[in-house]
Design a protein around this ligand. Structure first.
Ligand code: HEC
Length: 217
């Protein structure tokens, strides 16, 4: 009123607008909170994934040559699917073959295109894990290749899990190399000295990565 020579009631309508906006914001955040529980197609995650969600691979559960975990306490269900080797993973499932690459199953309906898997590329060091990149269709591995593009090729009964014969494009990483990477995970405490075989496997992997990245750059 005091300063509004230019627009009568401008202050009032601004206040009304602010109140409406606030109400709308509150309403929409309520929707976001109840959305996932009611099965709505909300993009709001049901549980939080941050740097602290990741751990030393050797503290996860080994199934064949990869490791699994569950962020929601459903580890037995996750292990059961991994052991059978087909079927849908329960939400909260964490899968890892290498320290830097992680797949985590979000709540049902979160992203139908990836069957609710979220892909992560994380940096690992003795200090812990740091998410470098996360997402659905736009996360790449260290060679600049897209996680989704490969994993979507797994036949439907395998729920995006590639292993060796599920239909995905192969990766130039041998079992010896995965094993060495898993045993060399810098986040694990009290690591024994690396064996000569593991050192050799990592050296070969380093050479492959160098050759592939220099080709694409
Ligand atoms: C070139 C294709 C390709 C790309 C790109 C790729 N993967 Fe994979 N991934 C595979 C294959 C093939 C395997 C299985 C390897 C094996 O078991 O010998 C695999 C294995 C895995 C596994 C273990 C479970 C499984 O599917 O067997 C996880 C977890 C994983 N990848 C995550 C990722 C993430 C995260 C990214 C991106 C940062 C990524 N991958 C990029 C092909 C790919």
């Amino acid at each position: 009123m005091k300063k509004s020579a230019s627009g009568v009631g401008a202050g009032v309508s601004k206040r009304v607008w602010a109140r409406r906006t606030m109400r709308a914001l509150l309403a929409s955040s309520l929707v976001l909170v109840v959305g996932p529980m009611s099965g709505g197609a909300s993009a709001e995650p049901k549980f939080t994934i941050d740097d602290s969600s990741f751990k030393c691979m050797q503290d996860m559960t080994a199934v064949r040559h990869f490791y699994v975990d569950n962020l929601l306490g459903h580890l037995p269900e996750t292990v059961a699917v991994a052991q059978v080797g087909k079927g849908d993973y329960p939400e909260g499932s964490v899968l890892q073959l290498m320290p830097n690459e992680v797949m985590i199953k979000q709540a049902k309906g979160f992203n139908p295109a990836t069957r609710d898997w979220e892909f992560f590329y994380i940096d690992v060091s003795p200090e812990g894990s740091k998410i470098y990149k996360r997402g659905f269709a736009d996360v790449n591995n260290r060679l600049g290749l897209n996680c989704f593009t490969c994993h979507v090729k797994a036949r439907p009964e395998f729920d995006f899990v590639c292993e060796t014969d599920h239909g995905c494009d192969p990766i130039p990483v041998t079992r010896a190399m995965f094993g060495a990477l898993q045993r060399a995970d810098p986040r694990c405490k009290n690591q024994p000295p690396m064996s000569a075989e593991d050192q050799e496997a990592l050296k070969q992997l380093g050479e492959i990565v160098k050759a592939l990245t220099s080709k694409t750059n």
